[in-house]
Write a protein that binds this ligand. Structure first.
Ligand code: HSE
Length: 309
């Protein structure tokens, strides 16, 4: 019998304009999952997190991720997974991704690392497929495993590019107490976009990548504009336009929806500014009748980690 515990961080998917292809890692917020491997052929998932998770393991994102890894390893084992969630499901900061990322990371370690971290991304993506109307995407799981800012240049084949994280790159995330499922947030998106919209969006994606590479946080900020998903998703976030205007006037480099929402995130060039924006976001949601959890953190290069008790 071998038992391994792993941590995987919260992540901000899309980073504004990079729908399904960009994601970044938050420092210090995340999920802890332990995996116990022994002889047999069974998957058990225990939830000790105090957060409600599906009782049916077929509906838990960890199940397809673990099965994909075991199938690739060509092994059968009894696997007991214990989830100590810290990120609330449906928060928009990669809650499901952190769980499946931590699970495959711990399982790989327990099996003496048959797979690279990049392969683990592919397994964890199976969990995302379960909750995204069958569309696998890696913009949360890749940064949750690898850390930092990650670009998915291609899905077929998977081509993962790690981008530099600027020195002073501070993030405020507000998670208002509203439930928006990823499936629901994807259903409202258009199936097709105009050429004009596409040109605007790919200009911004290119600007974002260039800004990160050049360490130009102002270019990063002005490139973080999403004309594809945000116009359709902001309806789920009370007072979104008003909050964005306020936060940008306070000096934020950018503000966008985090992943599928309902969380929003703003980038700042120092922690003081990020903290002030956090107060403003909390006040905004409170005034509209919603409590909000606020995270003020640096964008981090640290992905999934083994935890030694
Ligand atoms: N890229 C995904 C989306 C992230 O925006 O739907 C949420 O999992």
């Amino acid at each position: 019998m071998k038992k391994v515990k792993a941590f995987a961080p919260a992540t901000v998917a899309n980073m504004g304009c990079g729908f399904d292809i960009m994601g970044m890692t938050l420092n210090g917020v995340g999920d802890v999952v332990s995996v116990e491997v022994s002889e047999g052929d069974e998957l058990i998932i225990n939830n000790v997190s105090g957060v409600e998770l599906p009782d049916d393991i077929e509906k838990n994102v960890i199940t397809p991720a673990v099965r994909a890894l075991m199938a690739a390893a060509g092994m059968k084992r009894k696997i007991e997974v214990t989830v100590e969630k810290k990120i609330l499901p449906g928060s928009g900061i990669g809650s499901s991704a952190a769980s499946s990322a931590a699970a495959v990371y711990a399982l790989n370690e327990a099996l003496d690392r048959p797979f690279s971290d990049e392969r683990l991304v592919e397994f964890a993506m199976e969990g995302e497929k379960l909750i995204s109307n069958g569309v696998p995407h890696a913009d949360n799981v890749a940064p949750a495993i690898l850390g930092g800012v990650v670009l998915l240049r291609s899905y077929e084949p998977l081509d993962i590019v790690r981008l530099p994280v600027p020195e002073e790159f501070c993030c405020t995330v507000a998670h208002p107490e509203i439930m928006v499922s990823t499936a629901m947030a994807r259903q409202v998106l258009p199936k097709e976009i105009s050429m004009h919209t596409a040109v605007t969006q790919w200009g911004n994606v290119a600007g974002l990548v260039a800004g990160l590479t050049m360490g130009d946080i102002y270019l990063v900020g002005r490139s973080m504009k999403d004309v594809v998903a945000e116009p359709h998703r902001k309806q789920f976030i009370p007072g979104f336009d008003q909050l964005k205007e306020e936060v940008l006037a306070m000096g934020a480099l950018a503000m966008n929806i985090s992943g599928a929402g309902p969380s929003v995130f703003a980038l700042s060039k120092n922690m003081q500014s990020a903290a002030n924006i956090g107060y403003a976001m909390e006040k905004h949601f409170k005034e509209l009748g919603h409590n909000a959890d606020i995270y003020v953190t640096k964008v981090s290069n640290i992905g999934a980690q083994i935890i030694n008790d």
